[in-house]
Design a protein around this ligand. Sequence first.
Ligand SMILES: [Zn+2]
Ligand SMILES: [Zn+2]
Length: 303
Amino acid sequence: MIKCDKCNHDAIIYQRYSGMHLCETHFKEDLLRRIKRTIRKHGMIKSGDKIAVALSGGKDSFLLLNVLYEIVSVRRDVELFVISVDEGIEGYRDRLLTRASSFLKELGLFYRVGSFREEIGRTLDEIVSMGFKETPCSFCGVFRKRILNRLAREHGATKVATGHNLDDEAQSILMNYLKGDIERLARLMPLRPIEGFIPRIKPLREIPEREITLYGLLEDLPTTVMECPYASRAFRSDIREVLNILEDRHPGISYSIIRGFEKIRPLLPDRLEEEEIWRCETCGEPSSGRICKACMLKDRFLR
Ligand SMILES: [Zn+2]
Ligand SMILES: [Zn+2]
């Protein structure tokens, strides 16, 4: 059995990008240290912050919650609460959220769940059964974002924390490069806040997905490996495959992708000149046109 590089216990993981073998204790310690370093490096948490943790019920969101809970429990100047979105996907999100809510009760955190049913009058299952040509993810993303932002704002949050990990982030950066979508690329890391839109933080953006999976197994988190039944995301899954091959042959490539993006980001405008931020005439939320995308979609679903 290979030993840990920091003590003489058995190693449970080999980090190819760092060349280290780590035991359970040192793996967890290293993981938490790196998340805290990301938070510090990007100034993600400031005195007076009230952070809304977006909990999907997946392993990433529980790790995120554990870390933030630990940080906040020793700081009196930062508050934490939890928000979730129930899209109305039977047998999937309902199960994840039931487990999440008993876990949260133990932590004693304020918890609010917003739903597609309340927000748009239809569940995602119902919308899918209406047979639109777009993928469910393209509707779902718009409303999830909308609901999280509204819940966070209504309860006085100054930041929304999401569980995006290194793989998610490297995939998003690469996808936008390849599509030449510079506006979306810039939006992954906005430089200035947009009025009415609560800034996002991604404390896990430097943690590889496989390490989060391992942490979830070791900590026995109340989650499963269920995948959303509507997950298709054709382009993203191709990118994931390509990145996995690259990472295998060139360990650390995902880190290079996000480091490179961090260097390029200050050179990109926050948004292109002509794209002003409006208030949606129907719902009053920030929008890139007179009527926001959520209201346009909603109109189709309720017809
Ligand atoms: Zn060790
Ligand atoms: Zn609107």
